[in-house]
Write a protein that binds this ligand. Structure first.
Ligand code: NAG
Ligand code: NAG
Ligand code: NAG
Ligand code: NAG
Ligand code: NAG
Ligand code: NAG
Length: 398
């Protein structure tokens, strides 16, 4: 037995040594592939060549964009690869101002089909969104054809850490069809009035964690779309922006259920909403359940706690027909802070599918505007209440 193990160990060692010899170079510096840190020359071909070499490596490898300022066109970084890869971005990469020749919907930098991928390095992805905000796009005109700074599609077991997404032309980060992805110490920044610049949008994914991150932007901090399961948003600082939102749900047919969302130990400041669940009226059937919000500090946040099943911006829907998205098992615990709007807790559930198992405990929200005290509004919901209740949730008739 011992002998057999030894032989296995030795042959494994020999195998590893020979693999290491074949590909001793597991560090792929884009400047060795022609990238120039001049802020003008598009490095996309250099990056793709370095990526191709790394992707073919049978052992773990690193692709590096060193310090400096680089111009980067639209790139698709694709797998599957033979072994784990770490893309280390130390410098600042800048998107083109003119993206008219970009492939629509594809994003600026799109990562697809990777397993055990790490993006790290304290670098900056600068989308240069100032060139489009308020011109082609606005709050009322959504420009979905504009590039998302970073797309992660069909990725598994990957980590995105220490990087910054700045001034995206549209959403900063979009996560679709992923399993087990962690965003750690990610920084997102764009002005509070930049349109449609959601921080991280997650849809049709399971096991996505966002922790120790800072998101300052013009739209939702984190937005959670249909088919999201087992998400954990922990120690995130949001604001300015529109807060953390599940939804909007119920706009399309065949939306997958939302199950298991935890938002905890977050600080939300100067946003138009705090934690929100929103569904469209007149929607197809759908469900969203096990959504838990706890230990959250609100600093001057309008609508700090809000369920809105009559979400209908710009009157794009039939408000008379109730939403058929069923919301259940929702809790808000230990939520405190200040709000400039009188209505601090809003629970507007659907007449067609009233909310079930809603719980609020230790809510302490101070209205800081002129006169009066914080209020709540409730429709089609009978929440379980405990601990501090400021405002007195559902005390007023709907
Ligand atoms: C990710 O996991 C899913 C589900 O297990 C699998 O079907 C898919 O092939 C995996 N993708 C990669 C790139 O490993
Ligand atoms: C995601 O992580 C879980 C728990 O560690 C693991 O069981 C599962 O296989 C992972 N999913 C994929 C697609 O690798
Ligand atoms: C995400 O966080 C949860 C809760 O802490 C943990 O159980 C899970 O393993 C984490 N997932 C990943 C991919 O790290
Ligand atoms: C989360 O917040 C609660 C309440 O503010 C606090 O007691 C707890 O220590 C925090 N947990 C962590 C891990 O920071
Ligand atoms: C409510 O959600 C919690 C946490 O996700 C879960 O443990 C519990 O079983 C759920 N309750 C019901 C009745 O589904
Ligand atoms: C609080 O927010 C409101 C509305 O966004 C704003 O007008 C006000 O200046 C803010 N107050 C403070 C003290 O920042």
């Amino acid at each position: 037995m011992g002998m057999k193990l030894n032989i296995t160990a030795i042959s494994l060692l020999l195998l590893l040594t020979s693999v290491a010899e074949v590909s001793a170079d597991t560090y792929f510096d884009v400047t060795k592939y022609g990238a120039q840190a001049d802020g003008k020359t598009d490095i996309s071909q250099a990056l793709l060549k370095a990526w191709e070499a790394a992707c073919a490596s049978p052992i773990a490898s690193r692709v590096v964009i060193p310090n400096g300022i680089y111009a980067l066109g639209q790139v698709g970084i694709e797998g599957p690869c033979k072994a784990p890869i770490n893309l280390i971005v130390k410098g600042t990469v800048r998107a083109p101002v003119d993206t008219s020749r970009f492939q629509a919907q594809a994003g600026w930098v799109a990562f697809t089909n990777l397993d055990q991928f790490t993006l790290s390095g304290y670098g900056v992805f600068d989308g240069q969104g100032q060139s489009v905000w308020g011109q082609k796009c606005s709050r009322t005109k959504y420009c979905h054809q504009l590039p998302i700074n970073l797309r992660f599609d069909y990725m598994n077991n990957s980590i995105i850490k220490d990087i910054t997404s700045k001034d995206s032309k549209q959403f900063h980060i979009n996560v679709l069809g992923c399993r087990n992805i962690t965003f750690f110490q990610v920084k997102i920044s764009a002005p509070g009035d930049s349109p449609n610049t959601d921080g991280i949008h997650i849809g049709r994914s399971r096991g996505v964690n966002v922790t120790h991150s800072t998101i300052q932007t013009g739209d939702d901090c984190v937005s959670i779309g249909d088919g999201s399961e087992q998400l954990d948003i922990n120690k995130v600082e949001c604001g300015p922006g529109h807060g953390i939102s599940v939804g909007s749900l119920g706009l399309y047919a065949n939306e997958a259920p939302v199950i298991g969302i935890t938002v905890r130990n977050c600080t939300i400041s100067e946003t138009t909403n705090g934690v929100r669940v929103k569904t469209w009226p007149s929607s197809p059937h759908g469900t969203a359940t096990e959504m838990h919000f706890r230990d959250i500090v609100m600093n001057n946040v309008s609508n700090p706690i809000i369920i809105d099943q009559e979400y209908c911006p710009h009157n794009q829907c039939k408000l008379q027909v109730p939403s058929r998205v069923k919301l259940s098992n929702i809790s808000f615990k230990n939520i405190r802070g200040t709000t400039p709007t009188e209505l601090a807790v809003t629970l507007i559930c659907s007449k067609g599918a009233p909310c079930q198992q809603v719980e609020l405990g230790n809510i302490d929200l101070k209205y800081t505007g002129p006169g009066g005290i914080a209020l709540s509004q409730c429709k089609n919901v009978q929440p379980t209440l405990w601990g501090t209740q400021q405002p007195k949730t559902c005390a007023q008739a709907a």
